[in-house]
Design a protein around this ligand. Structure first.
Ligand SMILES: [Zn+2]
Ligand SMILES: [Zn+2]
Length: 797
């Protein structure tokens, strides 16, 4: 057993002392910026972190050995709710809790031997970092991209505080278990929608992003072409605008559904027999989270309002309903329902016994009946029951109906976007204070740049009650108006933590810079991020916000690129017994225990070998054992080194170098390791010299860095193996060792044989004697072989 404990401690200390991975901008060297998504400091690292960061570390070390100037930083996404909740629970301070978690996590990360430039560590909860959140916010405010607006929040009347969606469990407060309701509150928004066209169009430039992520972003931005149709409420005559991308189905609309929050609802139900039931339903829905309401697959609930509206294309009066799945935030807060051609509408109509009408036939000849439908038909076909549009293919009808409706004033051709502005206000302490002051005379006054940062007050009462703790800190709230010097009130909302992570990759370029969020020259050298690695759960929000910030700062003239991340890799999850490892399932494996038992290099090797980076990885105790055995096997090679290596082994070494180089370049670490294992087997069956062993160590070094560093030193090398060059191969030695050639007998090809390259006629003769197909023709007969080397064996009988 190789002494992994001593070795790992020794090299971790040496790397740190020699600042082995500290880098500086150097225009004479080609740079490579490798970044893994920085963690929330919950205290312990888990296998998901280990996997993410090991993948990144191999790529970073590989690039170092290829001569790149590699920036590989790490930091902590340190603001957020858990720290504040822990403070409430433990009567501690969120800062104390967070900083001790960071200290613990940093130590755990160091034990994995990752090649971070620790001089660049950042924590977003420190004023030296978050002052630049405030600076960027003020820049956005100047451009009209930060504004205030009423929005609905989850509100616990008992704790007198707003709650995040995750803090509402079954409609109840996570803390006091009392019922949560929804309240309107004026809050800060960032106008990301001003960038929607660019955020959508530039997805086309991200050719090295996973297709899946591009599709998710595209859907999130959600650009759709369609028609806004004007339905009219029958009694009041109020117009209900409804957006649809399927104008071809308008003649099949059999009811209209409003969001329960729609302002028209209360008006139309007044005095109707349905009033009480509708109000009860509205109250119930107000307790559901919007995420649940909008989620596909859940059963949708709704009630009839007692009112009707008129479909403008055929003047039909159709019932007006309200339902939980229609949200006021999306579109106009009203939808038309076509149960025959929309599956969600179909299920809702079946559930509530609502009418249906087919308006698109699958084929012109086969007439379908609504009674026979088992699901909605969402595909293409021919228009029926659609007035003058009957008989047209529906795609053509879609355009014609839209044009006809617009001309007749029944609707308007429009583009609809799903993307909403970004609500950033949080009524909490542990976040970046929004740098704004409210003055009775001057209104909203931004904090002057020279007064930044607006620091969080050191002490605040963390009770979980009575709103944000900041509201209760008099010295924080009461300020002089920067304009008129009268007594004014400071904003007590803090920013959503997604702000912090929307530009941290820029801060890493010059983490101690005090003249701005980053040094322009440093950013010009290091950016953009060549390779970004993180979980698929960040496919939408984090990546979209980062892209948006980058575009905004580009517009501010701070750099000349518009996209932050060139390549993106989303690593798969770590499973145990077929399920995602998680604390709540109780199926976690603690990285610390594995490191203690086998060492970090074994853990790294196992994680990389068990599955390709993008796919799920099933934890396997035997796999860990196998990885450990392999390293021990490599360890013992040093005891049997010869003066000269075998020629075949050298040929195989060159082949292995080619395979491993290409596989690591392409993030196929599992096949790279397989190639190294084959090579090690060959070494055991042959004889290796120092030269061969050195090359093996160089190839294995990014994967098992401490281990290789140690053996490299024991071979007499003074400098770190990561200062050595990645091995190259001699392509002349890559020629296949065998060839396959046809066997011609009296002019006809009768068989094929495989021979060593440049085989002599004697060898070919031997092989033919053992080839059954050739024997059928030549057995017992005199014959002669004519050989065209490596090409053909011709036999004349
Ligand atoms: Zn509560
Ligand atoms: Zn004032």
């Amino acid at each position: 057993m190789y002494p992994f404990k001593n070795i790992e401690a020794k090299w971790q200390k040496a790397w740190l002392e020699h600042k082995a991975f500290s880098v500086r901008a150097d225009p004479t060297k080609k740079k490579y910026y490798l970044l893994e998504m920085f963690p929330y400091p919950s205290g312990r690292i888990h296998m998901g972190h280990v996997r993410n960061y090991t993948i990144g570390d191999v790529a970073a070390r590989f690039k170092m050995m290829q001569g790149f100037n590699v920036l590989h930083p790490m930091g902590f996404d340190a603001f957020g709710q858990p720290a504040e909740n822990a403070a409430i629970k433990n009567k501690s301070h969120p800062a104390a809790w967070t900083m001790s978690c960071i200290d613990q996590m940093r130590e755990e990360l160091k034990k994995m031997g990752f090649s971070y430039d620790w001089d660049r560590e950042i924590s977003t909860c420190l004023p030296e970092y978050y002052r630049w959140n405030q600076w960027i916010f003020l820049k956005m405010y100047e451009k009209g991209l930060a504004y205030r607006k009423d929005a609905i929040v989850n509100w616990c009347p008992d704790c007198e505080t707003t709650l995040a969606n995750e803090e509402v469990v079954d409609g109840k407060c996570w803390r006091c278990k009392n019922e949560v309701n929804q309240q309107e509150l004026e809050q800060w928004f960032i106008k990301i929608t001003a960038y929607k066209e660019r955020l959508l169009d530039d997805l086309d430039t991200l050719t090295h992003w996973p297709e899946r992520v591009l599709i998710m972003q595209k859907n999130w931005i959600g650009k759709s072409h369609g028609v806004e149709i004007y339905f009219k409420e029958k009694e009041t005559g109020e117009i209900i605008p409804v957006f649809t991308t399927r104008a071809d189905t308008i003649f099949g609309a059999t009811y209209v559904v409003l969001a329960p929050e729609h302002p028209l609802v209360r008006k139309v139900i007044q005095g109707k027999p349905q009033e009480k039931e509708v109000l009860k339903f509205i109250k119930k829905v107000s307790k559901e989270s919007k995420v649940e309401r909008a989620a596909a697959g859940l059963k949708k609930e709704g009630v009839f309002t007692g009112s009707f509206c008129i479909n403008p294309v055929n003047n039909e009066a159709i019932p007006l309903w309200i339902a939980d799945y229609v949200l006021m935030e999306y579109g106009t807060g009203a939808i038309m329902s076509v149960p025959t051609h929309d599956q969600r509408d179909f299920l809702f109509a079946k559930e509530h016994g609502l009418p249906m009408r087919i308006v698109i036939q699958r084929k012109a000849d086969s007439v379908q009946r609504t009674e026979d439908l088992t699901e909605a038909y969402e595909g293409d076909g021919i228009q029926v029951h659609s007035g003058q549009f009957d008989g047209l293919p529906n795609q053509e009808a879609k355009r014609k109906i839209a044009e006809w409706m617009e001309k007749a004033g029944m609707g308007k051709i429009t583009v609809n976007w799903r993307l909403r502005d970004w609500l950033i206000s949080r009524q909490r302490y542990w976040g970046t204070p929004i740098p704004v002051i409210y003055c009775k005379k001057c209104g909203i006054v931004p904090v002057p740049y020279e007064d930044l940062p607006v620091e969080l007050p050191k002490d605040a009462p963390f009770t979980g009650e009575g709103g944000s703790p900041l509201m209760k800190v008099k010295e924080f709230v009461e300020v002089k108006c920067p304009r008129c010097k009268a007594l004014a009130r400071r904003e007590t909302d803090t920013m959503a933590t997604f702000i912090d992570s929307s530009w941290y990759f820029l801060r890493f370029c010059s983490p101690r810079f005090t003249g701005g969020p980053f040094d322009k020259e440093e950013a010009a050298y290091w950016m953009t991020v060549d390779q970004y690695i993180g979980g698929i759960e960040h496919a939408v929000l984090h990546l979209l916000y980062s892209r948006f910030f980058t575009k905004f700062l580009y517009d501010e003239g701070l750099f000349n690129f518009e996209e932050p991340f060139q390549r993106l890799l989303t690593q798969g999850m770590v499973l145990k017994d077929g399920e995602v490892m998680s604390k709540s399932r109780g199926n976690t494996v603690d990285p610390d225990e594995i490191i203690d038992k086998y060492g970090a290099d074994t853990l790294r090797l196992f994680i990389l070998f068990a599955a390709p980076p993008e796919t799920e990885l099933e934890w396997d105790d035997r796999g860990i054992e196998g990885a450990f055995k392999f390293l021990n096997r490599v360890w013992r090679i040093q005891e049997n080194l010869k003066d000269k290596a075998d020629g075949d082994l050298i040929r195989m070494m060159h082949k292995t170098i080619k395979r491993v180089t290409e596989d690591i370049r392409d993030f196929k670490f599992n096949t790279a390791i397989a190639a190294l294992m084959e090579f090690v087997n060959a070494i055991y069956q042959s004889q290796a010299d120092k030269e061969v062993f050195s090359r093996l160590l160089l190839m294995l070094a990014p994967i098992a860095p401490h281990f290789c560093e140690e053996l490299w030193q024991s071979l007499g090398n003074r400098e770190s193996i990561f200062k050595a060059r990645w091995p190259t191969y001699d392509s002349k030695l890559l020629i296949e060792e065998t060839v396959t050639m046809p066997v011609q007998i009296n002019g006809k090809v009768r068989s094929h044989i495989t021979t060593p390259t440049n085989a002599t006629i004697e060898i070919v003769q031997e092989i033919i004697k053992n080839d059954a197909k050739s024997l059928q023709w030549i057995q017992g007969k005199p014959y002669k072989i004519i050989l065209v080397p490596n090409k053909l064996a011709s036999i004349v009988i």
